[in-house]
Design a protein around this ligand. Structure first.
Ligand SMILES: Cc1cc2nc3c(=O)[nH]c(=O)nc-3n(C[C@H](O)[C@H](O)[C@H](O)COP(=O)(O)OP(=O)(O)OC[C@H]3O[C@@H](n4cnc5c(N)ncnc54)[C@H](O)[C@@H]3O)c2cc1C
Length: 396
């Protein structure tokens, strides 16, 4: 599958790590380590820096600014960047709507929107879920009615990540109320500065603003901002969701987190006077189990990337998503177990001043543990992924 040899790969990894060390500011890294959601500024700056090196969208086709790297290079790039505490780039442009536009967008849409995604100057958000349409997305009710050269949009989206940063939203709207649910949906690209759009924050249990409600009141959207055909939005929406699930493997993050878990367990004692937790056979077994499962997860991802499973692609994406989410949650729960009371504060201004106990890995552990409850919800809950595996993979 990959024609890069071991020494070229080692040189490539050195190049990636050197680049990250040279270009990440201490502030960016600290915010990542302390578990803060990346700021728009951090994501935009890092995206621009990567773009300057031609590395902002390795997975894109070369003609649109991709690198032409092999799957192995892309994977180790992500692993090394996460290991260096680089901020994760906003996924909504690069991973979600970008590939949809490559495949289904008009030439005008490609010209207008892809450059801003590639260089990180335009931020996007995803307007799929509604108060009564999450798992059952096809029951969405945000309405778009044609009025000459425009659609007029009314309705509400919810859980819209990064809507407060976004310049644009890609939105599923209902354009035909008479058709079967999936058949009456259209995808629109909407400028967030259009009159009639209101964004309200939702504060999550990590006390941060990441998600929002977005309201549309008589919002006029030019017809040329429709992706593909009217009433065919479900096709583009499904293509995008499959990409979202494959991107949700969380392998780079979980590898970094496991390393951090070992560092914590190497320092913390179960009780005063005890040796480090890592020498406790029961805790050590937990770490070993997580590591074995993470290795198996990595192998599974490889097999899927090399098309070696023979499993339907949607079912494979769902399998990866479930496993990736479970591992992310399990490892962050082990952090909390290992840190004990040190984990209590949500955030710390500096790595060594979070608790007063001087435990350098405490800041951010609790906030990340809490927000990671959501990884088995967004992009479709684990229960829904099980249904997809049953239908598409097992043909039940
Ligand atoms: C942090 C976060 C960020 C998000 N970001 C975005 C975003 O940017 N854009 C966006 O559009 N959406 C976003 N979402 C929304 C997310 O996609 C939905 O929350 C998710 O699809 C579940 O929908 P719901 O919340 O309406 O729950 P429901 O669909 O009401 O589900 C409630 C429970 O019932 C279970 N359930 C439902 N149907 C079935 C079934 N058929 N079989 C078995 N169990 C079932 C579910 O698994 C779940 O446990 C985000 C959510 C979170 C938490």
């Amino acid at each position: 599958m990959d024609d890069i040899n071991a020494s070229d790969l080692a040189a490539f990894r050195r190049e990636v790590r050197d680049f990250a060390q040279a270009n990440l500011t201490p502030e960016m890294r600290d915010r990542v380590r302390q578990g803060f959601h990346a700021t728009r500024q951090d994501m935009a700056d890092w995206n621009r820096i990567l773009h300057g090196r031609g590395w902002s969208a390795p997975h894109w086709p070369v003609e649109h600014g991709g690198t032409g790297w092999s799957a192995l290079q892309r994977m180790v790039f992500d692993i090394d960047m996460a290991d260096c505490d680089a901020p994760e780039l906003s996924p909504f442009g690069l991973f979600l709507i970008g590939p949809v536009l490559h495949r289904f967008g008009s030439e005008d849409q490609k010209r207008r929107y892809l450059p801003g995604i590639l260089d990180g100057s335009t931020f996007w958000c995803q307007g799929y879920s509604e108060p009564n349409a999450g798992s059952d997305l096809a029951s969405l009710r945000t309405r778009a009615v044609r009025d000459g050269d425009h659609y007029v949009v009314n309705g509400q989206k919810i859980w819209t990540s990064e809507a407060h940063y976004a310049d644009m939203i890609f939105c599923l709207v209902r354009t035909d109320t008479g058709a079967k649910a999936q058949a009456g949906i259209t995808m629109l690209l909407i400028d967030m500065n259009t009159p009639g759009i209101t964004v309200r924050p939702i504060i999550t249990q990590d006390m941060a603003r990441y998600v929002n409600e977005v309201f549309f009141e008589d919002v006029r959207v030019p017809v040329e901002n429709r992706v593909g055909d009217e009433n065919k939005g479900w096709t583009y929406a499904k293509f995008l969701l499959e990409n979202e699930r494959t991107a949700s493997a969380y392998l780079p993050q979980s590898k970094r987190d496991l390393k951090r878990l070992k560092a914590i367990a190497g320092r913390m004692a179960a009780d005063e006077g005890d040796g480090p937790l890592i020498d406790d056979p029961a805790f050590d077994a937990e770490i070993a189990r997580a590591e074995i499962d993470l290795t198996a997860h990595e192998m599974m991802i490889w097999r899927v990337l090399s098309d070696a499973t023979g499993i339907d692609s949607a079912a494979a994406a769902s399998m990866i998503k479930i496993r990736g989410a479970e591992l992310r949650q399990r490892i962050s729960a082990l952090w909390i177990e290992a840190l004990g009371p040190h984990a209590l504060p949500l955030y710390g201004p500096k790595p060594d001043s979070n608790t007063g106990f001087g435990e350098p890995d405490a800041p951010g552990a609790m906030s990340q543990f809490l927000i990671r409850r959501a990884v088995s919800i967004y992009g479709g809950t684990n229960e829904i992924q099980h249904e997809i595996i049953a239908k598409r993979g097992l043909r039940l």
